[in-house]
Design a binder for this molecule. Structure first.
Ligand SMILES: Cc1cc2nc3c(=O)[nH]c(=O)nc-3n(C[C@H](O)[C@H](O)[C@H](O)COP(=O)(O)OP(=O)(O)OC[C@H]3O[C@@H](n4cnc5c(N)ncnc54)[C@H](O)[C@@H]3O)c2cc1C
Ligand SMILES: NC(=O)c1ccc[n+]([C@@H]2O[C@H](COP(=O)([O-])OP(=O)(O)OC[C@H]3O[C@@H](n4cnc5c(N)ncnc54)[C@H](OP(=O)(O)O)[C@@H]3O)[C@@H](O)[C@H]2O)c1
Length: 257
């Protein structure tokens, strides 16, 4: 039994899926509180000295699915030199884990200006997770005319959730484009390179079939902080502005470290 800890609720691993040796998804059952699609919670385990190691992880499933299953889903990459993620990778079905009692984060659909009807969701690695939750939002197909989901990974094997992406293609039809970017292998049907360059040279927009409409587009950037920083610069060069509550703009972001 894990020691109870203020601000955390105990959960149990109910499912584990490996996408690669280091990249995996887990589902955790427990009496957790609800959240908004796009938010994250903290997962925590004790180390050998009994200290709690806690880190933020975005929730992949939509709150309505959580309401019926009682489970939270996470997409995690184990950094072999990291403190918590290799421990999460070791967890087996039935093992216990602590989950923070409240979710946090502002990368949600209700933060997007109401007149934006073109949604560009740009991610590296595991940062596709919160977007998958957001894309399950009831009524989202009436909110946006265009949805572009981009996931940049080093390898094809790290392109996670292919079945979910197929479901989204079926659900949204022509309104939805998925753009995989694979940087360290040459793969047919995927772009190569990095998001900032692909924004600046227009290749990402070509792959998404049409360029963003400056008056109605909104970009979220999520994942590797260097990608977020460089892509923000690229978007500024293209004439877009960072979104602030007091001054609406066309892009906003969340860093994973
Ligand atoms: C808001 C938020 C949401 C997050 N959501 C997720 C998530 O859904 N899935 C997930 O795997 N991680 C996510 N992270 C990162 C996570 O919190 C941890 O930092 C990560 O698992 C490494 O923890 P660690 O203790 O193993 O490594 P540490 O000992 O803390 O070492 C951290 C180093 O690992 C690398 N790193 C950290 N996270 C990632 C990542 N996701 N992809 C690539 N490299 C990384 C960086 O080089 C960083 O300097 C999120 C972080 C934030 C702030
Ligand atoms: N993925 C693996 O095979 C692997 C293996 C062992 C350990 N790890 C560790 O696991 C962690 C996660 O790896 P990850 O592959 O999910 O994350 P990552 O290193 O952030 O790579 C994901 C994608 O982001 C791209 N990227 C990196 N820096 C960028 C920048 N400045 N601008 C735009 N795009 C950028 C990468 O392109 P580039 O390929 O061009 O960098 C890659 O396509 C890392 O800490 C890593 O040390 C990963």
């Amino acid at each position: 039994m894990l020691k109870p800890y203020a601000g955390f609720i105990s959960g149990v691993i109910t499912q584990k899926t490996y996408w690669t040796e280091q990249l995996f998804s887990i589902r955790v059952a427990g009496k957790f509180n609800s959240y908004i699609a796009g938010q994250f919670v903290k997962l925590a385990l004790h180390d050998e000295q009994g200290e709690l190691i806690r880190r933020a992880y975005s929730i992949v499933n939509h709150p309505k699915e959580f309401a019926s299953s009682g489970e939270l889903e996470f997409l995690i990459i184990a950094n072999p030199t990291g403190q918590l993620s290799p421990r999460l990778r070791q967890l087996q079905m039935g093992d216990e884990i602590l989950v923070s009692d409240s979710a946090a984060g502002f990368m949600t659909l209700d933060e997007i200006p109401p007149d934006s009807n073109e949604l560009w969701l740009l991610s590296t690695g595991t940062a596709i997770g919160p977007y998958l939750a957001m894309l399950e939002q009831p009524g989202i197909e009436h909110r946006f005319n265009t949805i572009v989901l981009v996931n940049a990974t080093r390898t094809q094997a790290e392109q996670s959730y292919p079945e979910k992406i197929q479901e989204l293609k079926t659900k949204f039809g022509e309104r939805f484009t998925y753009v995989p970017i694979i940087s360290r292998e040459s793969v047919r049907g995927a772009l190569s390179g990095r998001i900032p360059m692909l924004l600046e040279n227009g290749v990402l927009f070509q792959a998404a079939t049409s360029p963003p409409n400056p008056t109605s587009c909104f970009f979220y950037l999520c994942g590797n902080p260097a990608m977020v920083k460089e892509s923000s610069e690229s978007l500024k060069k293209l004439g877009f502005r960072k979104h602030l509550r007091r001054q609406p703009g066309q892009f906003s972001s969340e860093n994973y470290w």
